[in-house]
Design a protein around this ligand. Structure first.
Ligand SMILES: Nc1ncnc2c1ncn2[C@@H]1O[C@H](COP(=O)(O)OP(=O)(O)OP(=O)(O)O)[C@@H](O)[C@H]1O
Ligand SMILES: [Mg+2]
Length: 317
């Protein structure tokens, strides 16, 4: 059954009867606003014989409608219900998962920061591999041009044949290295992220890293604009993740702070991640293969530190 809202959004742009519109959507298999929000404008354009521009407007309006209600008032009972629906995604690092009550909770953004080579990407791949093993999907945005499919397979312990046949379509990588392109991709109305996410239904959305695209800017150069861009990106991810019970995992670089009396690290990206992330972890060097992961900020958990080792199968501890 094609929902009334789907017809309503469309009829503003077309001179067709509601029944005619519903019939076309029925053939396309589009029933809900989410379906329409996830559809490709070129397909809609072809099906109705309209311009792609008009079709893009229809999809954009569907997205707007579909994302309404995100800020509706909620009672404590509803909030507790919402929390009960949360899943946890294990990292596979035993001591870490134990502290976290099983792993990283969904409907959140988890930020992980650390210096180059600390293991941020390894951590992200490890979480992705766990989701894939459980039959879930992963949308992985690589801004560093550094993603290695071999390494993902190695960390997951998948054999290549298995990876191709059973996992192949459930892992989608997006390489976007430039800040404006990244922001455009995550634009809630015009960008491709939401449609892609609604089609793939990822259990985890990774951005590795959020800071790399913003590196060409100097520390104070266009800071408000950069902060707005990062906030826009993270809010789009958070919105998808809260509505679809998924996890947003975002890495950030930090640099050693030359001022030894101040903070040990200084942020490379604008600090909005700090405010938007529900849980924030740091990962630091302890030795050649040893690392320390620490929970630095959480609304409902005490801080902790675990020592881990970076191995061929990822982080272990
Ligand atoms: N197959 C492997 N076995 C063991 N360690 C590995 C393997 N592959 C990579 N590593 C280690 O992983 C580390 C790099 O980790 P990672 O790429 O996650 O760093 P990062 O924190 O993402 O750094 P950057 O900020 O540069 O992106 C290196 O120290 C490397 O030695
Ligand atoms: Mg990395």
């Amino acid at each position: 059954m094609v929902e009334e809202d789907v017809v309503k959004v469309t009829s503003q742009y077309l001179r067709r009867s509601e029944d005619q519109i519903a019939e076309v959507y029925e053939q396309l298999g589009i029933e809900t606003l989410s379906d329409l929000a996830a559809s490709r404008p070129d397909e809609i354009a072809r099906a109705f014989g309209i311009s792609e521009k008009t079709a893009r407007n229809i999809v954009r309006d569907a997205r707007k409608e579909a994302s309404k209600g995100i800020a509706e008032p909620k009672t404590l009972a509803e909030l507790l219900e919402e929390e009960a629906e949360r899943d946890v995604i294990p990292t596979g690092i035993e001591s870490f998962d134990e502290h976290m009550g099983g792993g990283l909770p969904t409907k959140t953004i988890v930020g992980i920061y650390g210096p180059p080579g600390a293991g941020k990407s390894q951590f992200a791949m490890q979480v992705a591999a766990n989701v894939l093993r459980e039959g879930g999907s992963v949308l992985y945005v690589d801004t560093e041009n550094a993603f290695s499919p071999r390494r993902l397979i190695e960390i997951g312990g998948f054999d290549e044949e298995e990876a191709r046949e059973k996992i192949g379509d459930r892992f989608v990588l997006r390489r976007i290295v430039e800040a404006a392109a990244l922001t455009q991709y995550f634009d809630e109305e015009e960008g491709e992220f939401l449609g892609e996410a609604l089609r793939l239904a990822p259990k985890v959305v990774v951005i590795d890293s959020i800071s790399q695209p913003f590196r060409p800017y100097g520390a104070r150069d266009k800071l408000p604009e950069r902060s707005r861009m990062v906030a826009k990106i993270l809010n789009a991810v958070l919105k998808y993740c809260t509505r679809h019970n998924a996890l947003g995992l975002v890495t950030t670089h930090v640099q050693a702070n030359p001022d030894a009396f101040g903070k040990r690290w200084q942020d490379v990206a604008p600090t909005v991640l700090k405010h938007i992330a529900t849980y924030r972890f740091s990962i630091e060097f302890k030795g050649r293969t040893e690392r320390v992961i620490a929970l630095e900020d959480a609304p409902d958990k005490p801080p902790f530190e675990v020592e881990v080792e970076l191995t061929d199968r990822g982080l272990v501890g």
